[in-house]
Write a new protein. Structure first.
Length: 134
């Protein structure tokens, strides 16, 4: 296999499981109240984190799963259950449990206003939306 053929296969495989067109509506919805500069920082942070997660699991993912005795099929089932739960919450228009955050929980317990800006770059954008299926 030539290098050009390998690169075409690798890039097409990357687009198959990252699916940038499928992630873009989520990014738009999660950052609709942010200014353009903050949107760019959120996007850059999400892409860098997704790259780091994908690179890490490319290098040591198989050994990590073997260390804990997790089969690939069990990992796929667990991921499907998580995505089903997120999708079901979205369909029922329930509050998003997966974006509560420690800062918000602390602020609610202390009856304080949450001063920290809501940053969806790591969760849910980078993990599980961009790097999750990969």
């Amino acid at each position: 296999m030539s290098i050009a053929t390998f690169l075409i296969m690798a890039i097409s495989s990357l687009f198959a499981f990252i699916h940038p067109l499928g992630v873009s509506p989520f990014f738009s919805g999660l950052t609709r109240h942010h200014v353009a500069g903050l949107k760019r920082r959120i996007l850059l942070k999400a892409v860098v984190m997704a790259f780091m997660v994908l690179a890490l699991f490319t290098l040591v993912g198989h050994q990590l799963l073997n260390l804990f005795g997790i089969t690939v099929d069990a990992f796929r089932i667990a991921g499907g259950v998580i995505f089903f739960g997120i999708g079901l919450d979205m369909l029922q228009s329930k509050p998003r449990r997966w974006r509560t955050g420690i800062g918000k929980a602390y602020a609610l317990d202390q009856d304080q206003e949450n001063t920290e800006e809501d940053d969806p770059s790591i969760t849910p954008l980078a993990i599980p939306m961009i790097a999750g299926p990969g």
